[in-house]
Write a protein that binds this ligand. Sequence first.
Ligand code: FPP
Length: 239
Amino acid sequence: MGSRAAARLPKHIAIVMDGNGRWAKARGLPRQVGHRQGAENMRTIIQACLDLGIRYLTLYAFSTENWKRPSAEVDYLMSLPGQFYERERHLLHEHRIRVLIIGDVDGLPAATREVVLRMQEETKDYSALTLCLAFNYGGRAELARAAQILARKWQAGELASITEADVADALYTRGLPDPDLVIRCGNEMRISNFLLWQSAYAELYFSPKLWPDFSKRDLELAIEDFAKRDRRFGGVENV
Ligand code: FPP
């Protein structure tokens, strides 16, 4: 990575891990094999973030809309956190990675819920890298939930007004910095209900690579592109 990119490193990168199914189809394999390969690739990108000094990485692993998929595929996706935990537990501890789950954990099957909560609890004191797993996550559902939380507080007389900070505090991502860079792999150009509030000023980057093929070099290319962007946050340049 060039020195300019290193100097303007995003603090928080969020990724839509798209293209597992196509990766498998191109090889004549069942979709599940694509998801398995995609889950394997998480380690490559987590390791790359550690190497590059990224402090927050959010991965979109299962959306509130993914329940519409065939039940065998959903069942398989639900087994991935357990497999990931077994395979990568040592990595989480060795590198002091905090796992945070964003999404409706209560809506998960008991075994999946148990494993994601255990992973979260076991790593809660770490901070070298925060790995945020969006699992049973949807941006609209998150905002609807925030509205309910705020309505209850309002009713209880705990709020005099509702500010942007109040909304941010009622989201799953409470306390996390907003993503600076949102990457979507798999040659699709949409946001798919991902971090709708949080990505208001994120730089967007679309990669043609399918997620299982998305490499450290591809991540560096995205970061190099990010370093060239002029982020104005609604203001003007150099005033
Ligand atoms: C989208 O590809 C990918 C998913 C719906 C699943 C992503 C999940 C992982 C990579 C692993 C999750 C693991 C853990 C530990 C949480 P797609 O199936 O929509 O691909 P397609 O567009 O090519 O069909």
